[in-house]
Design a protein around this ligand. Sequence first.
Ligand code: CO
Length: 272
Amino acid sequence: MIDRIHHVAVIVHSADDALGFFRDTLGMKVTEDRVVEEQGVRGVLLACGENEIELLEPTRNDTGVARFLEQRGQTLHHICFNTDDVEAELARLKGMGVQLIDETPRDGLAGRIAFIHPKAMHGVLIELATPPAGSHVSTEKGFDHLAVSVADYEAAKESWKHIVGLEVVNEIHPEGRGMVIGQMPSGQVMVELLAATTPDSPLAQRLLDQGERASSMVAIEVADLDAEVAKYRAKGLTMADPAPGALPNSRTSTISAEQAFGLAIQLIQFDK
Ligand code: CO
């Protein structure tokens, strides 16, 4: 069964340059770093609590990953879920008629892996992975939340429930933002479905411009946001002063995607 988010993957021009940020500035530990020849990528995994961040650098220019980088720039590519039996998950999905990219599992950076077609998941590319024994495991909280923008909230809720087993347990209507946030727990991470509730909201406009997709962002909970912001400013990063977030009782400040190799890092503090 699918039990948690394994990683989010971002495609980068240079894994070495990106390591200067994720490993050296953020202090994340590298758990895997190798070239996967048949996929034409150098892949690096970095631990973030129970989750990981995957950096993918194309090593050839004739692959889908290389074309994605050329067309979209450095940005989030897929979200990967951990399962103890990727074969069984694929059989279940095939039985449901879900559109897949991989009909059978293959070897990837995170173990035995397979991809579900983004058409089945409202524009989000989903990987399933069964890591080999001895892989990175942690009980620490990693990401706080990820966000996925959807045009048809009800249809998306059904897909996320039936395909990856996530269910909306809480809905938030942040004041003045014209949207609903449906929170779906996966391990210690909340996957958030964001849907517009008014046609003139910023989210409705973004959906018109960009279509349904996962935000190229991970939120990470911190105990002392002001201290974190001061620390990263001292390291040369530009960060706005902490401000109230969309989630109740939260304050946030974000390291922009431009400074973070395509994956914005939102630091979030919950006031208890
Ligand atoms: Co991956």
